[in-house]
Design a protein around this ligand. Structure first.
Ligand SMILES: [Zn+2]
Length: 139
């Protein structure tokens, strides 16, 4: 089942695309929602695998000309803003078997992390495989 992204999620994404080092408080002030809400929404977007990483935007014109050619492919990878008047949804795939999840995902929470599974057996297999790591993260 695809996970819905509403206008708040989209506003957070666009704010981060502008400057990925903004604090949750700054983003909250900008789009007029509370800091804990920004934090929770951000975590969800990371847990869903939609935000893969936050990377710096470089000003290539500051770089010595002779190096500019070498670094060009990186600068072209800049993310464009998300434009949508309605809601968006992201596909969720099972964190164990990597198949797309069609029904309601089985969720496993540990600490601030969330993992999504297509069925309970994938969830238990995942737990078995990564049990030690999960235990250390939830403490
Ligand atoms: Zn699965």
């Amino acid at each position: 089942m695809p996970q819905e992204l509403d206008q708040v999620d989209i506003a957070i994404l666009n704010s981060l695309i502008e400057d990925g080092r903004k604090s949750f408080r700054q983003i909250g002030r900008e789009i007029k929602i509370s800091t804990p809400t920004v934090q929770a929404r951000y975590r969800r977007l990371v847990n869903l695998g939609f935000i893969k990483s936050v990377s710096p935007v470089l000003d290539m014109s500051k770089l010595d000309k002779k190096y500019q050619k070498e670094i060009k492919p990186i600068s072209q990878a800049k993310t464009s803003k998300v434009k949508s008047d309605g809601n968006l949804s992201v596909k969720v795939s099972c964190d164990f078997c990597e198949q797309p999840i069609s029904g309601k995902p089985k969720v496993m929470k540990f600490g601030e992390y969330e993992r999504f599974f297509c069925c309970t057996s994938c969830r238990s297999l995942y737990k078995e495989k990564y049990g030690g790591r999960i235990h250390s993260l939830s403490n």
